[in-house]
Design a protein around this ligand. Structure first.
Ligand SMILES: *[C@@H]1O[C@H](CO)[C@@H](O)[C@H](O)[C@H]1NC(C)=O
Ligand SMILES: *[C@@H]1O[C@H](CO)[C@@H](O)[C@H](O)[C@H]1NC(C)=O
Length: 199
């Protein structure tokens, strides 16, 4: 019984060692949540990544398009990021290695590559695609709303003018109707006065 138990224990120990070794030599894994990413102009895009590796890796984000190639940010995970001047104020780096770019422009459309480098020197990179879209649809919506508001305002003003005109007319007719007897009285009065006036 005893030798069998030792044998088993050794086996499990060996298995555990192999497991540890496998875990240690395990390649870097970078899991991307979603790609391609689409965002509107002036919007923001999150390049979400889930990194598994050994030790504290160095993260580097690069942008590349047909016309240019640009480093965005580089940092040791857990330290403050070194953001390229061009992207300062527009880039947020997350503790999990993810990157957020705000205030997007059309020129930001392109490929975003993350390179993860382990302390051992091995590295891996993953590429994500970003498409920045123009906000034409919203523009049209705003325009339609603007036209509707203007139209309503114009109709309201026209209605007001019509009502005022009508009110004015009715007041005028009322006054005329009221004045008629007054006029006859006032016209009669001077006549009477003249008649009674001794001068
Ligand atoms: C990484 O962190 C950011 C910000 O905290 C979060 O929005 C994102 O979902 C995270 N990504 C993953 C894969 O956990
Ligand atoms: C950080 O930026 C400076 C200036 O651009 C550069 O010299 C330095 O090598 C960068 N550091 C890293 C870790 O990329």
């Amino acid at each position: 019984m005893r030798p069998a138990w030792i044998h088993c224990s050794q086996n499990t120990q060996i298995l555990y060692l192999i497991f540890c070794l496998c875990h240690y030599t395990q390649a870097i894994s970078i899991q991307v949540s979603r790609s391609p990413i689409t965002a509107p102009v002036q919007g923001s895009a999150l390049f979400s990544v889930d990194i598994t590796c050994t030790g504290t890796p160095e993260i580097r984000w690069m942008f590349s398009s047909v016309s240019r190639q640009q480093s965005i940010a580089a940092w040791m995970l857990g330290c403050t990021a070194n953001v390229t001047e061009m992207y300062e104020g527009r880039v947020q780096t997350h503790p999990n290695g993810s990157l957020t770019i705000t205030d997007l422009r059309l020129q930001d459309s392109g490929y975003y590559t993350i390179t993860v480098t382990e302390p051992s020197g091995s590295s891996k990179d993953v590429c994500m695609v970003l498409t920045v879209t123009e906000v034409l649809y919203e523009d049209i919506q705003y325009f339609i709303v603007f036209i509707i508001v203007l139209g309503t305002l114009a109709a309201f003003l026209m209605l007001c003018m019509w009502l005022l005109n009508k009110l004015h007319n009715t007041i005028k007719t009322c006054r005329q109707q009221r004045r008629l007897p007054e006029h006859s009285e006032t016209e009669l009065q001077p006549l009477g006065q003249r008649r009674t006036d001794p001068r």
